[in-house]
Design a protein around this ligand. Structure first.
Ligand SMILES: [Zn+2]
Length: 379
């Protein structure tokens, strides 16, 4: 017993003297030695896994899916729409919620084109608000336009991340997400019973220093527009604070916080947000790698909050959807993700139970978005 204590003390002392890599207890053999060959860069090093375990690819979702977060800025031509629908069928996607409907004339033309299409039950539109020139009276006018857009056939409102990050008011100051000038917009959505899907901020590491401990180093190195180090841009917590205050101020308005509210790397925090604000929901677009690295925590979360989570993908890339199906449906281990700058790690399946999958894939969307086509949906 005494021997153990002495040994532990010695080890602790050794560890304290040597700065070690995360998880490293003591200097590894050869520490400080230069590798015999130049080490590869992080983009070059692609070790092939030698792990042999069962694999269950999922080219097609187990149940029909509504994608609550899709973008198709231009009206697809009939041929393009045929191709989109063929890719949807292959994935078992029933409906795309196209969040890029715009407003006014543009929206009306898009809606007309959809109605005239033979695929009219495969895509619906959310409207957008044009936030240029916000000053006194803006909110009322924007709310009126939005009401007209909803009457014309838009099923909800999508707010882009520019709100909070970049948009300025007419007086030059930053338009805060919880600016009271915008209240009529949120109140109108509540009164009309249409949801607001809002993208706020971006992954927290985008706001952190770009050093070699930043998980999104490669992504920021590749994409200038994702670097938020400039002091003119508000901090992550500031934006989240504004968003959450707005959520709280409009309890009758249903909000879908895009991309798991950018708390997919801290599901406890998202759970507390859900507990505090029953009008808040979320969707899973573009954060799959976060879920896939914590399959047990994520599964428990999806079970507990099964009524609050919707399926969304964001960019429409038919060959990427099967990664979602595999993560949600299987218990597969240690498999590749499709985007190395989101994740240099591997994914694990959550193996969600069927009732949870059904809610995620379509049940919750059908509950929140009135007027969604139901053809081919079993819920
Ligand atoms: Zn989006």
């Amino acid at each position: 017993m005494i021997g153990t204590v002495v040994l532990l003390t010695v080890l602790a002392a050794t560890a304290a003297q040597q700065p070690a890599a995360p998880g490293q207890l003591r200097p590894r053999p050869g520490e400080g030695q230069t590798p015999e060959w130049p080490p590869p860069s992080i983009t070059d090093y692609k070790p092939k896994s030698t792990l042999v375990v069962p694999v269950h690819p999922r080219p097609k979702a187990k149940f029909p899916v509504i994608d609550i977060h899709s973008h198709h800025f231009q009206v697809p031509s009939p041929e393009q729409f045929d191709r989109i629908v063929a890719a949807m069928d292959a994935n078992n996607l029933r409906v795309l919620v196209n969040l890029s409907g715009g407003s006014g004339e543009r929206l009306r033309k898009y809606l007309e084109a959809l109605r005239a299409s033979r695929h009219h039950d495969r895509m619906v539109l959310f409207a957008n608000v044009d936030f240029s020139g916000v000053g006194s009276g803006f909110g009322q006018k924007a709310a009126q336009q939005l009401e007209a857009d909803i009457k014309a056939g838009a099923l909800g409102l999508k707010i882009y991340k520019d709100l909070g990050l970049r948009i300025r008011k007419a007086d030059g100051t930053r338009l805060k997400i919880d600016d009271s000038e915008l209240d009529p917009i949120w109140a109108t959505c509540g009164r009309l019973g249409v949801p607001v899907l809002i993208h706020t901020a971006d992954p927290a590491p985008f706001f952190d220093p770009i050093d070699f401990t930043n998980e999104r180093w490669l992504e920021m190195a590749l994409h200038r527009s994702r670097r938020y180090q400039d002091p003119s841009i508000p901090r992550f917590e500031e934006l989240i604070g504004e968003r959450d205050r707005m959520f709280a101020r409009h309890p009758k308005t249903v909000y879908i916080a895009a991309h798991m509210a950018y708390h997919a790397n801290d599901l406890g925090r998202l759970g507390r947000l859900f507990d505090r604000l029953p009008n808040v929901y979320s969707e899973v677009g573009a954060i799959l790698a976060e879920l896939g690295r914590q399959p047990r925590t994520a599964r428990a979360f999806f079970e507990k909050y099964q009524d609050r989570l919707l399926f969304g993908k964001d960019s429409f890339q038919p060959d990427e959807y099967p990664y979602y199906w595999r993560v949600f449906e299987t218990g597969d281990e240690y498999f590749d993700y499709y985007r190395d700058y989101h994740a240099f790690w591997k994914l694990y399946g959550l193996e969600l139970p069927d009732p949870v999958l059904r809610k995620l894939y379509s049940g919750n969307a059908l509950k929140l978005v009135k007027g969604l086509p139901r053809t081919g949906l079993t819920n």
